[in-house]
Design a protein around this ligand. Structure first.
Ligand code: NAP
Length: 525
């Protein structure tokens, strides 16, 4: 049962005067629920409670925190159909997608639980003392990772489960030992409230301190801004627009004590189609790309928004097939009227740029909020001269750039903004013969793919879902996969500390049996 209230730890609260509703984009009407925006007092209360909770939560063993994460996964599953129905109503996404995303969300929580049980993620490093070393004795120095403190998570609009209330940011921060305050996404506040209730139930069942998790509603930027400016908040996770992410990044850096903001923002995910891919598999790749561009109404951060190839007859054939194929897909509903309006605005703006031709544009009538796919074509020279053409148009949309030659293609890659992914289609021979292109692409992205599509992000320990600005605000980290935990910790060294008073992960006897780097060697000894 959705109440529209905020969750401040275990307490439901609705002190604020502002209310808002979520929207059913398929029916094009408001949903039945009313949500109460968090007041300034409620924000302070949630942060104070999280700060108190941190004192005990940070000391909990890996096994205890793992039990909490596993219980969250179980409680999410126990929400059953109410969660799936609410998700579909608030996002316009189909039931299959809702169930798949729920599975992914539970899988992420369980993957972090496994990481915690194994324990070596704390990166324990030991350099023992050498009192007789000359000319200076060497101290005993040991280091490991410690949680930062309360973290604010901004749920993403396009993944109401996997990148939202109990998504990757929340799961990784809780795993690290940081209490989480979620700034719920206003487009799926009901879904957020249900998931939040599952987290709170799991916290109570597994003996977590009150305030380890809170969920705050808002329909404007003020709540998020107050949270980021709050002196007791120690880090921020965000997925959304470049404008939103950079605004919060700036705010966090203007604080008396600046804090890290891990924002995952826009990306057009360049795909380089090398000549052999056009000659040998042009039609097949055009087909595959049409599916990738239209998947989920194009509302994926890894959507391929840019294809680069050398001009010629084969590329003409590729563009024709891609354009024909993209128009065969039944257009689907977008997340919200504002996302739909922004999509149409972006498409119109880019279509009107100098040198742009429209290769495909879906024309038939559609239901409300349904995105009509489009493919544009432009020369390499025009693309290079106009950075407006580099902007993300969030939806089923892609720009094909016809380059004069490989030199021009390489120059374009070298001038491209940071991206989450980059893809090369071709043969192994092509990779060897085009090392300049491969190097240029690798330097701009967090994940480089060969003969595939960038949509579909595996959650595992080798995944990098990140990249140079503006793909993210910190290219050293990933927001997907178990390495995401590294965003919420910092290293601390202990010098000449008594063995029994060291954190257990650093004690001589290695009571946790974890892998540690001892004087340059990885060992469990
Ligand atoms: P958004 O506008 O960036 O909003 C994301 C969250 O951040 C919302 O909760 C929003 O709060 C908050 N926010 C935004 N600007 C803020 C600011 N200046 N200060 C404080 N809080 C702020 O993203 P969205 O609503 O998910 O979608 C809008 C557009 O973002 C899409 O059309 C798309 O272009 C882009 N997007 C990109 C990705 C990606 O992965 N590349 C994913 C999702 C969206 P309020 O809504 O309450 O104002």
């Amino acid at each position: 049962m959705i109440s529209g209230t905020n969750a401040i730890g275990t307490k439901s609260s609705k002190q604020g005067n502002n209310t808002f509703k979520t929207f059913d984009p398929k029916e094009n009407i408001n949903t039945e629920w009313t949500f109460y925006e968090a007041s300034s007092n409620e924000i302070n209360e949630a942060v104070d409670l999280a700060t108190d909770a941190f004192k005990t939560y940070k000391e909990f063993s890996g096994n205890k925190k793992a039990g909490f994460l596993e219980a969250i996964a179980d409680e999410i599953e126990a929400l059953g159909n109410e969660l799936i129905e609410t998700y579909c109503k608030e996002s316009g996404l189909p039931e299959g997608r809702a169930k798949g995303e729920r599975g992914r969300t539970m899988g992420q929580l369980r993957a972090f639980a496994k990481l915690l049980k194994e324990g070596s993620w704390v990166e324990a490093v030991i350099e023992r003392a050498q009192p007789n070393r000359t000319p200076m004795p060497k101290s005993d120095i040991r280091k490991m990772l410690f949680p930062l403190g309360p973290v604010v998570v901004f749920g993403a609009s396009n993944f109401p489960l996997a990148f939202s209330t109990a998504g990757g940011d929340t799961a990784s921060a809780l795993a690290a030992g940081c209490p989480v305050i979620v700034k719920s996404h206003p487009m799926h506040a009901g879904t957020g409230e249900l998931v939040s209730s599952a987290i709170i139930k799991a916290a109570e069942k597994t003996g977590m301190p009150n305030g380890v998790f809170s969920n705050l509603n808002s329909s404007g930027i003020a709540v998020g801004q107050q949270l980021v400016k709050h002196p007791k908040v120690k880090a921020v996770g965000f997925t959304g627009s470049i404008n939103g992410g950079t605004a919060l990044y700036k705010l966090a850096n203007e604080r008396d004590e600046p804090i890290p903001v891990f924002a995952e923002m826009g990306s057009i995910n360049p795909v380089v189609v090398l000549p052999s891919a056009l000659v040998n598999d042009g039609d097949a790749w055009a087909n595959t790309y049409a599916s990738s561009v239209t998947l989920g109404a194009g509302q994926f951060c890894t959507n391929p928004g840019l294809l680069l190839a050398i001009k010629g007859e084969k590329l003409d054939g590729f563009i024709k097939t891609l354009s024909d194929e993209i128009l065969k897909f039944e257009p689907t509903c977008m997340l919200h009227p504002t996302i739909y309006a922004k999509y149409n605005e972006g498409k119109k703006e880019l279509s009107a740029q100098s040198g742009v031709t429209i290769s495909a544009n879906y024309k038939k009538d559609t239901n409300a909020n349904t995105a009509k796919p489009s493919i544009l074509k432009v020369s390499g020279a025009d693309f290079l001269a106009n950075t407006k053409l580099h902007t993300e148009v969030f939806g089923p949309f892609s720009v094909v750039v016809e380059c004069e030659n490989t030199k021009e293609l390489e120059t374009i890659l070298n001038h491209l903004e940071g991206q989450l992914t980059g893809t090369i289609l071709g043969s192994e021979e092509d990779l060897k013969n085009n090392s300049g292109i491969v190097d240029a692409l690798r330097s701009r992205v967090g994940r480089i793919l060969f003969n595939g599509v960038p949509t579909g992000v595996e959650v595992n320990s080798s995944m990098v879902h990140g990249g140079p600005f503006p793909a993210t605000t910190d290219p050293r980290f990933t927001s997907v996969g178990t390495s995401a935990i590294k965003r919420w910790v910092r290293p601390v060294s202990f010098q000449d500390w008594p063995n029994t008073l060291l954190p257990i992960a650093l004690q001589d006897e290695n009571p946790l049996g974890i892998t540690r780097l001892v004087e340059g060697n990885y060992t469990k000894n």
